[in-house]
Design a binder for this molecule. Structure first.
Ligand SMILES: *[C@@H]1O[C@H](CO)[C@@H](O)[C@H](O)[C@H]1NC(C)=O
Length: 329
């Protein structure tokens, strides 16, 4: 650096004007980098204590979860499930719909913590069941995220919208991906769109298959989900094959999944299964079994007995039942 400084003023030694411009540029760059390094050490290293103090003020590390400074005592009571404190605060005139900067309400907190009594008390005090944070999160989404079936039910009973707005996080996708089948069941019962397709996520059934959630897969199919609808051309069967989930594959096949559907790479489900996997075996076996007749009869039996009771029939007894059924016809 000293040599560069001695070379000043520019142009006196260097006859080439471009060379002097280049040297000036290098000098400026050097100064900039030094300043940045100095700033970094001063701010990050020197002020670490100060940063920790500020952080402690904003977050509540002691509680095991982040709690923003703008949360009210009502938020605190709701998130910790302290019903008595919550009722006291409400009776003291706290607004049940008090918001944080991010528009989180106490009801959001109660649902995230699976505190159904608090959620009920808040709703009775006039909390908005459709309240939305700036991220589009509703109390129902939080209940489904936490797997709280009681909170999900209470919210839906009190008129919460089971369907998210456009670009808002979807409760049914959340519950399906996390395996909370009772929440999925409640959502379907209250009119959530079982085939709701979010372009980058796919349908709830696809999410359940990709997350290897057998119970949710069954719940969604029982609730009328389209077995072929996944994400773009990927079907739920592709997802189950990729994830090597033979049990899910069996359920999907039972509901009539197409083994010849092709994804974007023009692959059939069996071709997306890991080579040598159980999933591949199940699909190959299914494809190799002549089943046009048995499938037809099974469908007839299903019509005859009703879908729910067919589940109770063990697979082994199906042929005898079939014969009897055909005899009676
Ligand atoms: C919540 O939103 C849904 C759909 O917009 C609406 O039908 C319902 O009445 C709302 N519930 C309340 C309590 O505002």
């Amino acid at each position: 650096m000293s040599s560069v400084l001695e070379d000043r003023p520019f142009g006196s030694r260097y006859t080439n004007v471009y060379l002097s411009i280049f040297v000036l540029f290098c000098f400026k760059l050097f100064v900039k980098i030094s300043l940045n390094i100095l700033t970094h050490f001063y701010v990050v290293k020197g002020n670490r204590k100060e940063a920790a103090r500020i952080a402690a003020e904003f977050y509540d590390f002691g509680q095991g979860h982040s709690s923003w400074a703008d949360r009210s005592p009502l938020h605190e009571a709701a998130s910790q499930g302290r019903l008595l404190a919550l009722r006291t605060l409400l009776s003291q005139g706290y607004n049940a719909n008090i918001l944080t900067i991010d528009h989180v309400t106490p009801l959001h907190e109660a649902c995230l913590g699976d505190h159904v009594a608090c959620a009920r008390a808040l709703i009775e005090a006039g909390a908005n069941v459709n309240a939305t944070t700036i991220d589009g999160v509703t109390p129902l989404f939080n209940a489904c995220s936490a797997g709280s079936a009681p909170c999900t039910e209470v919210l839906l009973e009190h008129g919460a919208n089971p369907q998210p707005g456009i670009c808002q996080p979807s409760p049914i996708h959340e519950a399906s991906g996390k395996g909370w089948s009772t929440c999925v069941e409640a959502l379907i019962a209250w009119g959530a769109d079982v085939d709701y397709n979010i372009p980058h996520l796919g349908t709830p059934l696809y999410i359940a298959c990709i997350s290897q959630e057998l119970e949710c897969t069954r719940t969604l199919l029982d609730g009328g989900a389209n077995v072929q609808k996944g994400r773009f051309l990927e079907t739920p069967l592709h997802a189950a094959a990729q994830k090597d989930s033979p049990d899910i594959i069996k359920v999907l096949l039972e509901f009539g999944a197409n083994v010849n559907a092709r994804n974007l790479e023009l692959q059939r489900p069996v071709e997306t299964a890991p080579p040598g996997s159980t999933a591949e075996g199940v699909l190959l076996l299914y494809e190799a079994t002549p089943r046009s007749l048995s499938q037809l009869c099974r469908l007839r039996i299903r019509e005859y007995l009703g879908r729910s009771r067919l589940h109770l029939i063990p697979q082994l007894r199906l042929p005898t039942l079939l014969q009897r059924f055909l005899q009676y016809r």
